[in-house]
Structure formats: C-alpha cells, structure tokens
Design a protein around this ligand. Structure first.
Ligand SMILES: C[S@@+](CC[C@H](N)C(=O)[O-])C[C@H]1O[C@@H](n2cnc3c(N)ncnc32)[C@H](O)[C@@H]1O
Length: 257
C-alpha cells in the first residue's frame, strides 16, 4: 500500500467507503506508474500462472480496487469486487474497451462489502486478496469466506504489508504504521493462524521486495550494495533479504483440501 498522499490527509474524518473512493480515484485511476505496485502485481500474476498452469483459471479477486491487476492476468473468467463504488466504476469503464482472447469472458466488477457478499453457486479456482486483508473489519470471517469460495484443490493467495518492515519505511507523516482505514496489520503468526482457522493448507509463506530506509534498514537496503555487488550479487542479496523476512510484503499461498 503506498504512502498516503498529502491531498488525502483531510480524509481522517471520512467514513470507510468515502476514504476508499478517494484513495482509489487518487492512486488507482490510471494504470500503475509506481514500481512498487507494479512489482507486486507482476509477482501475483506469475504466482497465479504457476498454480493454474492451464492459463485459464476462474478467478475471484476480493478488494480489486480499480481492477489494474485483473488487466494483467490470464483467466477464463474473472470477478472482482470492492467496497469502493468509485473504484468499480473505473474498473467497469476500462473493461468495456478490453481486447480479450476468444473464449475468455469479459471481467466483471461489483461494488459490495465482502463481509456481506453473496457468492455465485460455482466456486473459483483461485481466490485472492492483494494488499487489503489489513483493511477488513473482521479478518477471520474474511479469510473463512475466501476459503469457502475456492474449489476443493484450488488456491487462496493473500499479499499484505509486512508490519515489521513497514515500521522502517520513512513516510511523510513521520513514519506511523498506518494508512487509511486499516483495521489491523497482520504479523506472520497471525496470518498463519487465520489460514489455519479457515481450514486451508498453508503451502508457502514468504516475503518479497525488501524495503525500508530507517535504522539498520538504511544500511541493508543502501543502493551502495548494487554498485559493490553487481547485478548478480545484488539479486542474490535481495533473495537473501526476502528469505530472512525483510520484504515489504508477505505472500501467502494456501490450498483447499
Ligand atoms: C490498499 S487498497 C488495495 C486495492 C487493490 N487490491 C490494489 O492493490 O490496488 C484496499 C482496498 O480494499 C477495499 N476494501 C476495504 N474494505 C473492504 C470490504 N469490506 N469489502 C470489499 N473491499 C474492501 C478498499 O475499497 C480498497 O480498494
């Protein structure tokens, strides 16, 4: 989740829906320009291709925002939902002009609160929630619902800010670990407990995209290393940091029995 833009600061008084309308129409009205979200979305797209090698999964994305990730995915059908009506309006408008391969149905987007969402009868092959689980009021209920709507043998993918690293990212508001109506930033054990509580089998849990420029992180993530280590060395160092849990995002891949 990017830092709160200065022009959204007046937002602290807003209700949840209005805040997310503002966030989505400020940060996500255009296709992605920032490298952080681009890298995250590309990672998720690759992961879906890996777990659904047919290239034609039925996908549900919870908290899809303006649908940017959906426009970089391969699927046979895609349904996105989000609390923000403004986000869904943008997603629907963009979907009208999408050129789709034969046999692929046009993505659909729906403005709704996932806590109360009534799903279609047929379950999905992949259910995902990218950078949003921290925003839900009832995270245990949401994880159980994610699990409920995936088919047996299908996958749930979650990505969320790693609160341990987030603390070390210098932010314009002075570094508070907060951004918009965040309900609770989940630690690794908390995320694993949610997955277990939803009766999903945890397949992978890892961090990606090392970041942080405060304290020791300033040294660990210094650009200086790229120069000293060269491209290959820097790539290896990045992987080591990801393995050590120093990535900005945690990725969870879980499977339904
Ligand atoms: C940080 S944004 C991420 C959006 C999108 N995944 C992205 O990366 O661009 C969190 C999203 O969660 C959505 N959201 C928050 N609470 C929700 C709820 N109860 N039901 C559905 N969506 C919700 C917000 O509207 C917002 O678009």
């Amino acid at each position: 989740m990017p830092e709160t833009p200065a022009y959204a600061e007046r937002s602290w008084e807003m209700d949840e829906r209005s805040w997310w309308d503002l966030w989505n129409s400020s940060w996500r009205a255009e296709e992605l320009k920032d490298e952080i979200s681009t890298e995250l979305f590309e990672h998720v797209a690759r992961l879906i291709d890996e777990v659904a090698p047919s290239g034609a999964p039925r996908i549900l994305e919870v908290a899809c925002g303006t649908g940017i990730l959906s426009r970089g995915l391969r699927f046979s059908s895609y349904h996105g939902l989000d609390l923000s009506a403004a986000a869904i309006e943008i997603a629907n408008k963009k979907a009208e002009s999408l050129a789709l391969p034969q046999g692929v149905s046009r993505p659909t987007y729906e403005a709704t609160d996932f806590h109360e969402w009534e799903p279609p009868a047929e379950p999905f092959d992949v259910v995902m929630c990218v950078d949003a689980i921290s925003c839900f009021r009832d995270q245990a209920l949401v994880t159980k619902k994610l699990a409920k709507h995936v088919r047996s043998g299908g996958f749930v993918i979650l990505t969320t800010i790693n609160p341990f690293v987030w603390k070390y990212i210098r932010r314009p508001d002075g570094g508070k670990c907060q951004c918009g109506p965040v309900s609770h930033w989940l630690t690794k054990p908390e995320l694993h407990a949610l997955v277990e509580g939803a009766k999903l089998k945890l397949q992978r849990s890892y961090t990606i995209m090392p970041r942080g420029n405060r304290g020791i992180f300033r040294i660990i993530n210094s650009h200086h290393w790229n120069r000293v280590l060269g491209k290959r060395g820097a790539d290896t160092f990045k992987k080591l940091k990801e393995r050590a849990g120093l990535g900005q995002y945690r990725v969870i891949l879980a499977q339904k029995a």
